[in-house]
Design a protein around this ligand. Sequence first.
Ligand SMILES: [Zn+2]
Length: 60
Amino acid sequence: MTRAAPEVTRTECKRCGTQIRGVNGRYACSLCGWVNHWSEGHSRLPPGTEDADYRPGRSS
Ligand SMILES: [Zn+2]
């Protein structure tokens, strides 16, 4: 397996203050459900068409 290890960082949840870990600048708090905005991530998000769950014409 030659994939680069993801960058794991820690931060405080901006809602409840719990110490949480994230990958590539994306965070999600398992206690209160807070997530940071996708644009705060360190890496580009793939477009929906590259998503494994992509379905043409989905309403959401
Ligand atoms: Zn939280």
